[in-house]
Design a protein around this ligand. Structure first.
Ligand SMILES: *Cc1c(COP(=O)(O)O)cnc(C)c1O
Length: 430
């Protein structure tokens, strides 16, 4: 397929990045289960290593199957390039790596995936990096948290675990004014529901483990670059604007322009951190992307039905789904994710912690797992699992208090899902 910006999402999710295999004509993208690629001659090898010619060297850096997925996700997000990696958490480290250094900090939302809260509040400190957690609905607090050592602003578009929607336009105004890149984790929304770059995001990160793959088979991550950030506007981003000592003094921004971040991610990030996506994982994720829009439509349709049913049930205290009129985030659906508020939300069961534990034990169709974005409906009691490492205040701030369960609504028959919730609520509150 030739690149046409006019193709619709449904066309691009199947075709972007792919073409019949040049060697065999195979229509589906083959799994290049291959490590190394023969150089035509020594000059060709040198050109590849100098990044003067783009091609395949070694699969820690680039692989033909992974490359198709990179182009596909970049296209769906409206970015100029992308780098895939081994997991969503790897994508977060890879996104921060060129921007950060010891003593530098990021300003991040309190409403994040539990593992991300842990990664940002503990693990990155070992690199000398720090995260300042702020309520991203409080724009003055976001502004006030930024200082001279801040190198990025980070949030989720549709945020875990409550399905809260971040006002990306308002946040990107703040990051723009401060001359900082905005990194948006678009895992829960996917580019079908939300395109963060259109709302000012500089980089979009994904856990491709979730909706992009959609079937619970492989872990993976991706960093998409908007190509719009001026890394040379000040001296804050020397890895991109100044001679990079880890690549014989190459100036990435001067040399690659809007593709600077993508080239840096591959030539330095994947080369030296080694968080590579394997070709088998890329294959499963490519197959997943082919049906992304169809699945997301059904996820949204089911989530709307189930959230409405739960909200009207007397055994339930409250439901956080942004697609409900009662949600304080309902206004943002039209602006940020006009095709729907996703498939993820939390609800509080009367009876607190004990009722939640009974409830997850009693469910039959819903699986109790630490995952989201599967075709299957999933449930988790965050306070006793994913958000267990957090303090009580962090749990409350993240919307994962002890009386709350998070659901990831699948694409099964809505009536069956409602019947399952009904019988489990009966057991939980009897
Ligand atoms: C799952 C998830 C991650 C982490 O991704 P992994 O692939 O599990 O490493 C990050 N952010 C969000 C929103 C997620 O749902």
């Amino acid at each position: 397929m030739t690149d046409g910006p006019s193709y619709g999402f449904d066309t691009l999710q199947i075709h972007a990045g792919a073409r019949p295999d040049p060697a065999t004509g195979a229509r589906q993208t083959p799994i290049y289960q291959t490590t190394a690629y023969v150089f035509r001659d020594a000059d060709h090898a040198a050109a590849l290593f100098n990044l003067q010619e783009v091609g395949f060297i070694y699969s820690r850096l680039t692989n033909p199957t992974v490359a198709v997925l990179q182009e596909r996700i970049a296209t769906l997000e409206g970015g100029v390039g992308a780098a895939c990696c081994s997991s969503g958490h790897a994508a977060q480290i890879m996104a921060l790596f060129p921007l950060m250094g010891p003593g530098k900090n990021i300003v991040v939302s309190t409403r994040l995936y539990g593992g991300t809260v842990t990664q940002f509040s503990h693990t990155i400190n070992r690199f000398g990096w720090e995260a300042t957690f702020v309520d991203f609905d409080d724009l003055d607090a976001v502004k006030a948290a930024i200082n001279d050592d801040t190198r990025a602003v980070f949030c989720e578009s549709i945020a875990n675990p409550g399905g809260y929607i971040t006002d990306l336009d308002a946040i990107s105004k703040i990051s723009d004014a401060a001359g900082l890149p905005l990194i948006v984790d678009n895992t829960s929304a996917t580019p079908f529901l939300c395109r963060p770059i259109e709302h000012g995001a500089t980089l979009v990160v994904h856990s491709t483990t979730k909706y992009l793959t959609g079937n619970g088979t492989v872990t993976g991550g991706c960093i998409v670059d908007s190509g719009k950030f001026d890394w040379s506007a000040n001296d804050k981003f020397p890895s991109l604007s100044q001679p990079e000592p880890a690549y014989h003094g190459l100036k990435f921004h001067e040399t690659f322009g809007p593709l600077a971040f993508t080239f840096h991610s591959i030539a330095i990030g994947l080369r030296d951190l080694g968080m590579t996506m394997n070709p088998q994982a890329a294959h499963y994720t490519l197959m997943g992307t082919e049906t992304l829009s169809l699945r997301m439509e059904r996820h949204v349709e089911n989530a709307e039905k189930l959230a409405t049913w739960l909200e009207n049930d007397p055994r339930v205290d409250y439901v956080t789904y942004a697609g409900l009129k009662s949600s304080p985030y309902n206004d943002r659906v039209k602006k940020i994710c006009p095709k729907g508020a996703g498939g993820l939300f939390t609800f509080a069961i009367k009876g607190g912690y004990d009722s939640c534990v009974k409830f997850v034990n009693a469910l039959e169709i819903f699986s109790h797992v630490a995952n989201l974005g599967d075709t299957r409906s999933l449930v988790i009691h965050s306070a006793s699992t994913t958000h267990r490492q957090l303090t009580a205040e962090q749990q409350e701030a993240a919307g994962a208090g002890p009386g709350v369960v998070r659901v990831s609504i699948g694409i099964e028959s809505a009536d069956d899902l409602i019947a399952d919730l009904d019988q489990a609520l009966a057991k939980a509150t009897s």
